[in-house]
Design a protein around this ligand. Structure first.
Ligand code: PLP
Length: 639
């Protein structure tokens, strides 16, 4: 049982508090009176909300298996509008004379559908793209139509990359080459001369300011990318020598992703704008100030400077950015430039929900133990039993020590062959009985011993779920990134179990045992008891940024099914498009198996078995049929 008091009937309001949904959902997600998670791109209009369970039904009726990634195109549209309008309002309020241009960094989610939708919904705000490679530039050029938006080329650029960018300039696009390394300049100047095109040049600088959070190393003097101040002056000198200083129009830096503290953001702007003023003094025309990405997502809803959160609102972010830029430029008498930001995470995180079903559960519950054990029970088990009977608020630490000590002693006796399976099983039952009782008793103690702080985790159930952490939530595995995870239905019922989540890879890291909390990190998640005849669905939210493209093929679990959902004006929904996840044959081909060869090999094995009399020819036919079905099947657990 989890430690939430049941005061009267369980209500959806209690679930809202328990899962903190109001604080992390940006009002896009809520809970209905019938206890289902609702999605609404227009929170002020209650009639537009759609139940995720209705979408799951629609998806299942069409024959798509779990796990499924739902992408809500309206949420992307809403995020793009919100960012652009908030900057517009901040500029108006502060009487900023320049403009705002957002660019979407394709690396955050490169899937064609995502890039296409950013181009579609971004066009009315001239929201452009940031690319870091030739492939990303080609992807951007395949979707972008708007000549007023910016196309920012970061990353190392070879001749091919530069030619592609220069061709984009020839086609009328507002394409910038941002110099990350001093040597790039010479290639840009040579290729521009050869093609007879005037390039738009930007410079990326290393700031001495740095930011906290997971991506601290993107900034500071030792950051990998960007020019030092000395390298910057060398670039200016080269441009002057080549009579090309009039091409230098943009200054860029990127402090890192998911910056939790607004003070770090402000201090970086102040440093960068000083450099901007100096570049103008050097005689460069400038006009564009690109402040990079970093706008954080409040994954845990705590509104703090914790790594999974942020201590500022989007409005504060926009106002602070504009104000900080004005502060230095106005005192330097420099014209207000177009401000560019490269927000990726915040723009697309809300857009996707990963949905999966629970396959099974393991519980570590108390079982009935007799008051008295048989006389011939071994001494260590008797001691374990005795300490179990002594558990009280005053003895929990002592009884905990005893439980571990005697459990280990029994295990040693088993290894030495001195006790058998039945006694080992009895010891296991008494041990888990003790740990459960210690966890329950701890709740009655005002100051629990430090060692017992996490004891609930030891008795938490394991819910086995149909997805792969490595494929679908890689940041949770790699950098302990927290994502809101919660049941998608039954939220008007008391979730009486405390659980951790295990995925279906057989890897001990394939688990989630840290969950969002408004004050801390929770070691377990409150979930409902499974019902015999009903699927139980969970959702991992805010997974639109980075997760889809960073995933690997651990245990050869491949891409999940993806369904794009469009919520209509009247609160209905269309399944606008669906992309089937990888089949077994797909993932095998990614790791260089040749389908023809492996099938031939298996057929020969089956034929040999017929010759050896192990199976009949008819059985061979059945086995080959099921093998072929296996190859064309989904890589996840299919019902
Ligand atoms: N711009 C650059 C150069 C980046 O490397 C990144 C990613 O870290 C971004 C923008 C996107 O940052 P975020 O997703 O935090 O907005």
């Amino acid at each position: 049982m989890n430690n939430i008091e049941i005061l009267g009937r369980w209500t959806k309001e209690k679930s809202e508090d328990l899962y903190n949904i109001k604080n992390w959902s940006a009002n896009y997600f809520s809970i209905s009176d019938t206890g289902e998670v609702m999605v609404n791109p227009e929170p002020e209009n209650k009639d537009r909300a759609v139940s995720v369970m209705d979408i799951i039904k629609g998806v299942s009726d069409r024959g798509l298996d779990m796990p499924v990634l739902l992408r809500f195109e309206n949420l992307l549209d809403a995020q793009i509008s919100y960012l652009n309008n908030t900057f517009k309002n901040a500029m108006k309020e502060l009487d900023y004379k320049g403009e705002y241009r957002g660019v979407y960094p394709i690396k955050v989610n490169q899937q064609q559908q995502v890039v296409e939708e950013v181009a579609k919904y971004g066009q009315r705000y001239h929201h452009g793209f940031e690319v870091g490679s030739k492939a990303e530039l080609i992807a951007a050029l395949s979707e972008i139509n708007d000549k007023e938006s910016c196309l920012i080329c970061n990353g190392y650029k070879d001749e091919e990359f530069i030619d592609l960018g220069l061709h984009a300039v020839m086609l009328g696009f507002n394409c910038f080459f941002v110099i990350e390394m001093p040597d790039e300049l010479e290639i840009i100047l040579n290729r521009a001369k050869a093609l007879g095109v005037k390039p738009n040049i930007g410079v990326r600088i290393k700031l001495s300011s740095s930011a906290g959070g997971h991506w601290t190393e993107s900034s500071g003097d030792r950051s990998i990318f960007g020019l030092s101040i000395t390298q910057l002056t060398n670039v200016i000198d080269s441009l002057k020598e080549n009579d090309m200083l009039d091409c230098l129009k943009l200054l860029h830096y990127h402090l890192g992703s998911q910056i939790p503290n607004i003070r770090d953001i402000r201090s970086a702007i102040l440093e960068a704008t000083r450099v901007y003023v100096e570049l103008v003094k050097e005689g460069a025309p400038m006009g564009y100030l690109d402040l990079g990405g970093g706008l954080a997502v409040d994954y845990d809803g705590s509104k703090t400077n914790y790594a999974s959160s942020r201590n500022y609102s989007v409005n504060e972010y926009c106002v602070d950015l504009v104000e900080a830029v004005m502060l230095t430029l106005d005192s330097g008498g420099v014209e207000h430039p177009t401000i560019i930001t490269e927000s990726g995470r915040w723009l697309v995180a809300y857009y996707s929900i990963l949905i999966f079903n629970v396959l099974d559960v393991t519980k570590f519950e108390k079982t009935e133990i007799a008051d008295k054990l048989d006389d011939d029970t071994c001494e260590a088990i008797k001691n374990l039993h005795e300490s179990n009977q002594m558990i009280s608020p005053k003895t929990i630490q002592e009884c905990y020590n005893d439980a571990l000590y005697y459990r280990d002693q029994v295990n040693d006796l088993f290894k030495q062959g001195k006790i058998g399976l039945r006694e080992r099983s009895l010891s296991e039952k008494i041990f888990w009985n003790s740990i459960n009782r210690i966890a329950e008793t701890k709740k009655k103690v005002r100051f629990a011993p430090a060692e017992l702080v996490d004891i609930e985790r030891a008795v938490a159930d394991i819910y086995y779920c149909n997805f792969s952490v490595f494929q679908s939530l890689p940041d949770n595995w790699a950098i302990d990134q927290l994502f809101p995870i919660m049941p998608l239905h039954r939220l008007d019922e008391y979730p009486r179990r405390d659980a951790v989540i295990a995925d279906i890879t057989c890897d001990c890291d394939g688990k989630i045992d840290k969950f969002i909390d408004s004050h801390d990190i929770k070691q377990s998640l409150a979930l409902h008891e499974l019902k015999e005849d009903e699927e139980y669905y969970l959702g991992a939210f805010l997974v639109g940024a980075y997760q889809e493209t960073l995933g690997d093929l651990h245990n050869l679990f491949g891409d999940t099914n993806v369904v794009s959902v469009s919520i209509t004006e009247n609160g209905d929904f269309d399944l606008a498009s669906e992309t089937l996840g990888d089949t077994v044959a797909d993932v095998l081909s990614y790791v260089e198996y040749d389908m023809h060869d492996i099938r031939k090999h298996f057929r020969e094995t089956a034929e040999r078995a017929v010759k050896d009399g192990l199976i009949t020819p008819k059985q061979r036919r059945e086995i080959m049929k099921s093998y072929d079905e296996g190859l064309s099947g989904y890589t996840y657990y299919e019902k």
